[in-house]
Design a binder for this molecule. Structure first.
Ligand code: MG
Length: 413
């Protein structure tokens, strides 16, 4: 039986309908949830999705997971949680201007990094290697596992029982996974689509060949805008790069010169923030203008028509697409592979690898019900239990587990 909406003595106002463009995802036409539930008296389906994400355990853990910089080093650097909040802010801004359902865009932004491991991409790279014999590790597939299985707080089901539009948007964060004949695309071309996504797709088709909704596309681009800009901000403040290095970076160098011309002698801290805010504004305004141009050019009259296009409808213009590539091309060697970061990465990678090996060899060391479950199953199932456990850890919990099992943990500063 479906849940009953909360009974109330007072007359609740009708759910306010946001003004939606024809290409928006209409919450009144959601394809619904795997487990049927009565509608909320006060919230749209996507507002409920957003609220379920915010109240999840996986969401709270983002506060103590590394984005790029190990957060204990300096309190002002981004964590996965502050990154996620910035992505949500940008996604809402883009969605609102395009006439999209900004609650759906926000919910997808808040959920987009739930599948990330401790220690940023370092943890993911290690788990990917450790899990190679048993289907690998993919953070989008892990996000799907979390919201469909691993969160175990609701009485009637595992996961958060999100709408189809949320699940579709999460797995297609990087675009379609397969072509129209079912052949895996892009990063899935080599290893195939992760088993968890295929399993869910067999139960409830996520139409892996199509683009996701415009709201999901907005959330994905908001992710790029947020980390391009905040990684420059954090790297400047960490002293990994300086203004001189930025002068040669397409677009960013122009903004730095613009700030210097408009505000001669401005102090370093304010200059950094002026660059950051201008970067976000220019990227956001560019995405809004280019996406409106595409949606009109393709004459998209529904969310289905957005999905059916052969390219994304929410996009940077060619000029800022080139700037986006230039920024990423600069950040990779100069920040993500900076010698100071490389040392921390190595130590963090060792922590994850040691934990995985130890738990695989002796599953009785796993806490709670996991030890028994891991003792009574196949090696592949045990590997997935260990992988889920480690992937869910915060940075400091992983270090504490390393200390518990090995008597010491590296100082990741
Ligand atoms: Mg992200």
């Amino acid at each position: 039986m479906a849940d009953q909406a909360t009974a109330s003595a007072v007359q609740l106002p009708a759910v306010p309908a946001p003004p939606l463009a024809p290409w928006a995802t209409d919450y009144r036409r959601s394809r619904g949830r795997l487990f049927a539930e009565a509608p909320s008296a006060t919230r749209t389906e996507y507002q409920r999705d957003r609220d379920r994400i915010v109240h999840s355990t996986a969401f709270r853990r983002l506060a103590h997971k590394t984005q790029v910089f190990v957060p204990m080093a300096v309190d002002h650097f981004r964590t996965r949680l502050t990154h996620t909040i910035e992505v949500a802010q940008i996604a809402r801004a883009v969605a609102r201007s395009l006439g999209l359902d900004d609650d759906l865009a926000e919910a997808l932004a808040l959920a987009h990094d739930l599948g990330h491991t401790p220690f940023g991409h370092t943890g993911e790279d290690v788990l990917e290697v450790c899990m190679k014999p048993w289907g690998g590790f993919d953070h989008n597939a892990q996000a799907l596992r979390i919201v469909t299985r691993l969160e175990s707080r609701y009485a009637r089901y595992d996961g958060l029982n999100l709408t189809w539009e949320m699940l579709e948007g999460l797995v297609k964060h990087n675009g379609p996974l397969v072509d129209r004949r079912g052949a895996p695309l892009a990063r899935h071309a080599k290893k195939g689509v992760p088993a968890d996504i295929l399993e869910h797709d067999a139960r409830q088709s996520l139409e892996l060949w199509s683009y996701a909704s415009a709201e999901a596309q907005a959330a994905a681009l908001a992710d790029d805008i947020a980390y391009n800009t905040h990684d420059i901000d954090d790297a400047l403040r960490a002293g990994l790069i300086d203004f001189e290095a930025l002068r040669g970076v397409e677009f960013v160098g122009d903004l730095l010169r613009e700030v210097e011309t408009q505000h001669p002698g401005l102090d370093r801290q304010r200059t950094i923030h002026e660059i950051t805010r201008r970067l976000i504004t220019r990227f956001v305004e560019d995405v809004i203008a280019e996406s409106l141009r595409r949606l009109r050019e393709h004459d998209c009259r529904s969310a289905a028509e957005v999905r059916g296009q052969s390219r994304p409808m929410v996009s940077f213009s060619p000029a800022l697409e080139s700037a986006d590539k230039a920024i990423k091309g600069f950040l990779f060697p100069n920040v993500y592979r900076h010698p100071r970061i490389v040392v921390i990465r190595k130590n963090a990678a060792d922590v994850v690898e040691h934990l995985f090996d130890r738990f695989m060899r002796d599953p009785t060391l796993l806490p709670g019900g996991r030890a028994q479950a891991a003792a009574e199953c196949s090696e592949a199932e045990r590997a997935r239990i260990v992988c889920d456990y480690i992937a869910g850890m915060t940075d400091r919990y992983a270090l504490a587990e390393h200390r518990r099992l090995f008597g010491h943990a590296p100082d990741l500063q």
